[in-house]
Design a protein around this ligand. Structure first.
Ligand code: CAA
Length: 265
């Protein structure tokens, strides 16, 4: 997407329609410092605006997706409410959730604290068998601050969320799959989870982008609206898609037994 130089992330195009963002602070297990998060937001927002991109993949290293917010940065916050409040600490983390295009998290190794929360902000999570999810903030004398308590409760329910938030216990990839935190655990092997995520992103990017983005919008609405409002929004967006060329093309192609050629219009 960009020729921009980043210090804490790598941005690449494994497929013409897919942007891959790799968190790149290996020595700190990809701890999510403020400058790293700024770069991440910038790279994803640029990909979101780029018409040639259909979906994004976010990953870390084999050892760590991300081991949390940067504790060394936080410990210097001088125990001051006024400091973190005035600086809107972590407020820009929410920007990822407002992207239009799907973001797939490819998680290997530790996804802890803010790392777990970052994965939960993505639309789909694929896990390698080495993935470990946890909210260990309780061991640091704090609680999750990047949405973990709310997003986990929506996904895995109260008892499991309470266990994770109050004990800080790490959950294995298999357990995360059983609980519905991740959509699936991929086969063993270095790079496998990124390969699978890129293939999935490429597949999604081959669909009508308007339909994909509308699909993402209505699924997310299920977490914000009540059922009646959610159903109405879904129906209206569904109706709206009948005003697109991609709907005509998709249904004609099916009838003519050929592949659709979506123009995203
Ligand atoms: N912040 C800053 N640095 C971190 C870090 C973090 N979250 N996690 C790991 N690192 C650093 C370590 O300090 C260490 O640096 P040095 O080599 O300079 O000492 C380096 O990464 C490697 O880590 P370890 O030596 O600890 O590696 P390990 O394999 O022995 O242990 C681990 C791995 C269990 C993940 C351990 O690093 C760990 O417990 N990390 C902290 C996890 C955590 O508490 N995360 C929550 C952060 S709070 C948060 O995220 C708030 C929020 O909700 C937004």
């Amino acid at each position: 997407t960009s020729q921009r130089q980043y210090n804490f992330i790598l941005v690449s195009r494994p497929e013409p329609s897919v942007v891959l963002v790799t968190l790149n602070r290996p020595k700190a297990l990809n701890a999510l410092s403020s400058p790293l998060f700024q770069e991440l937001n910038q790279a994803l927002e640029e990909a979101d605006k780029d018409d040639t991109v259909g979906a994004m993949v976010l990953t870390g290293s084999e050892k760590a997706f991300a081991a949390g917010a940067d504790i060394k940065e936080m410990k210097d916050k001088q125990c001051k409410f006024s400091n973190v409040f005035k600086n809107k600490f972590l407020e820009n983390w929410g920007e990822i959730a407002s992207l239009r295009k799907p973001v797939i998290a490819a998680v290997s190794g530790f996804a802890l604290g803010g790392g777990c929360e970052l994965a939960l902000m993505c639309d789909i999570i694929l896990a390698s068998p080495t993935a470990k999810f946890g909210q260990p903030e309780i061991n640091l004398g704090v609680i999750p601050g990047g949405g973990g308590s709310q997003r986990l409760a929506q996904v895995i329910g109260k008892s499991r969320t309470m266990e994770m938030v109050l004990t800080g216990r790490m959950v294995s990839a298999q357990e995360a799959a059983n609980w519905g935190i991740v959509s699936r655990v991929v086969a063993d092997g270095e790079g496998e989870v990124v390969k699978e995520a890129v293939a999935m992103a490429k597949d999604i990017a081959s669909k009508s982008q308007i339909a994909v983005q509308a699909g993402k919008e209505v699924v997310n609405a299920a977490y914000e609206l009540n059922l009646a409002e959610g159903l109405r929004l879904e129906r209206r967006l569904f109706h709206g898609l009948f005003a697109t060329n991609d709907q005509k093309e998709g249904m004609s192609a099916f009838s003519e037994k050929r592949k659709p050629n979506f123009t995203h219009t």
